[in-house]
Design a protein around this ligand. Structure first.
Ligand code: UDX
Length: 447
């Protein structure tokens, strides 16, 4: 069988990486996004967001870029997408609905409604977006009803587990591939697409639609629960005088628990975990199973409480008042190695401090542009040292590698006071205390 031709619809973190990875695996790929600026950037081989390794991968494959394979092209025509592709990957975003917990499916629905009427020959539409369980069955029926090819226009669900900052690695070398299918043809086509990672040993799991959809939401719920668990232990440590960093290390040595995702701090954010657990609760409610997920409400509140606790720690460090105090904030993105500030705990804390009257200056290695767009009234500085100039307290809120390398003595020379608060528990307290800093962190004892 000739290699299937692939299209990717929606070219954000997920889609842009998936399209480039499919070209890297040797497929001819055609991408479409409804945002023209994104397409223009991609056509020149530029990544629409900062993601390590993505730009290099795009430049290797985008047609027209010198020395590229030419296997990756873009179009804004649904007719062209339908005519070109044997397999259509749906990678559009599914944000939280405005003002409520549920998932906004309008982008997925619109993509299906735009594509399906042009599917005139056998085709497989593969959903990758994170959706409420039950969506795949509904969309499969809609595609079959709208497509001239009828039942030959099939659907499969293939959740994506990539992490921002590791998107390229996670896409080319996933730790598992899960597909929810309605029949053997879809399975055969997807086995073909993923032959390379499967040959390298990646487990390939075939399920029904609801299981595939649930694998994604339950994996993200588990991860969020693990973070909130350790953050709850941080609260207890604060009350009892314990050290959550040592506690996490000690319990993590039990390999049934594991050491990953046990870093206490200001909690999780980003475009996935917060909205996915909320959408999961909303969907469970619709299914009459809300009791099964009431614990996720607690997971969410612990997470939000940690941001508030960081603000309180800053207030305490400043002698009880924030008004007019100068605060340097290191980090704006929701995690390092990303420029994403969606639901960023760092930016949220910076914003709360600003709204309570502090003079906040933020520095982030990659997220300044996005942070400014979301929170234009905060101060921004071009380096950690510039942000810290004259500061009464420094807050470490996103664990970029460059903050670990900071020289406490040099930073102390430009601040008004040597107070640092670690909201991510990745700085070395001994190093900072040796340089004369008062060092405080969430869930750790004050010395
Ligand atoms: C997550 C899932 O990990 C990924 O599998 C899924 O496909 C999408 O959602 P991502 O949003 O990129 O990926 O970030 P992740 O690395 O999971 O981190 C989420 C948040 O949790 C970040 O804000 C991070 O700082 C925080 N976190 C992570 C902690 O606070 N403590 C930890 O121990 C780990």
């Amino acid at each position: 069988m000739a290699s299937p031709r692939i299209t990717v619809i929606g070219l954000g973190y997920l889609g842009a990486t998936h399209a480039a990875a499919m070209a890297e695996l040797g497929f001819e790929v055609l991408g479409l996004d409804v945002v023209p600026e994104k397409m223009r950037k991609l056509e020149q081989g530029s990544a629409p967001m900062f993601e390590p390794g993505l730009e290099e991968l795009l430049r290797s494959h985008v047609a027209g870029v010198e020395g590229s394979s030419g296997r990756l092209r873009f179009t804004d025509s649904w007719e062209e997408i339908a005519a070109f592709g044997d397999i259509h990957f749906l990678c559009v975003n599914t944000p939280q609905k405005h003002g409520e917990y549920g998932c906004d499916m309008s982008y997925v629905d619109r993509a299906v409604d735009s594509l399906a009427p042009h599917l005139e020959r056998p085709a497989l539409v593969v959903g990758k977006s994170t959706v409420p369980v039950g969506s795949a069955e509904r969309l499969a029926a809609r595609i079959a009803a709208l497509a001239p090819a009828g039942a030959d226009a099939e659907l499969a669900w293939n959740p994506e587990f990539l992490r921002e900052g590791f998107a390229v690695k996670d896409t080319l070398h996933p730790d598992r591939i899960v597909i929810g299918v309605g029949g053997p043809r879809a399975e055969a086509l997807l086995r073909d697409v993923y032959a390379t990672p499967v040959a390298e040993g990646t487990p390939f799991l075939v399920t029904d639609f609801p299981t595939a959809e649930l694998v994604k939401t339950s994996a993200n719920s588990f991860l969020a629960t693990k973070i909130s668990f350790i953050n709850a232990m941080a609260e207890v440590c604060e009350a009892a005088g314990g050290d959550v960093v040592k506690l996490a290390e000690a319990i993590g040595h039990d390999d049934r628990i594991g050491r990953k995702f046990l870093r206490a701090g200001i909690g999780f954010g980003g475009g996935c975990l917060p909205k996915d657990i909320r959408a999961f609760m909303a969907r469970a409610g619709e299914l009459g199973a809300s009791e099964a997920l009431t614990f996720l409400r607690e997971v969410d509140s612990i997470n939000m409480r940690r941001r508030a606790q960081m603000v309180e720690l800053a207030r305490e460090a400043l002698g009880g008042a924030l008004l007019g105090k100068r605060i340097a904030v290191l980090g704006a993105t929701f995690k390092p190695d990303s420029d994403d500030v969606r639901d960023s705990p760092a930016l949220n804390v910076a914003g709360q401090l600003h709204l309570q009257g502090a003079q906040v200056t933020v520095y982030d290695p990659k997220g300044m542009h996005n942070a400014r767009a979301v929170f234009p009234t905060l101060g921004y500085a071009p380096s950690a040292l510039d942000a810290a100039r004259g500061a009464d307290v420094v807050l470490h809120l996103t664990e970029w590698a460059e903050f670990k390398e900071l020289d406490p003595a040099a930073l102390g020379d430009v601040t008004a006071a040597r107070h640092i608060l670690d909201g991510r528990n990745t700085l070395d307290p001994t190093l900072w205390r040796k340089a004369g800093w008062t060092f405080r962190a969430l869930g750790r004892p004050t010395l």
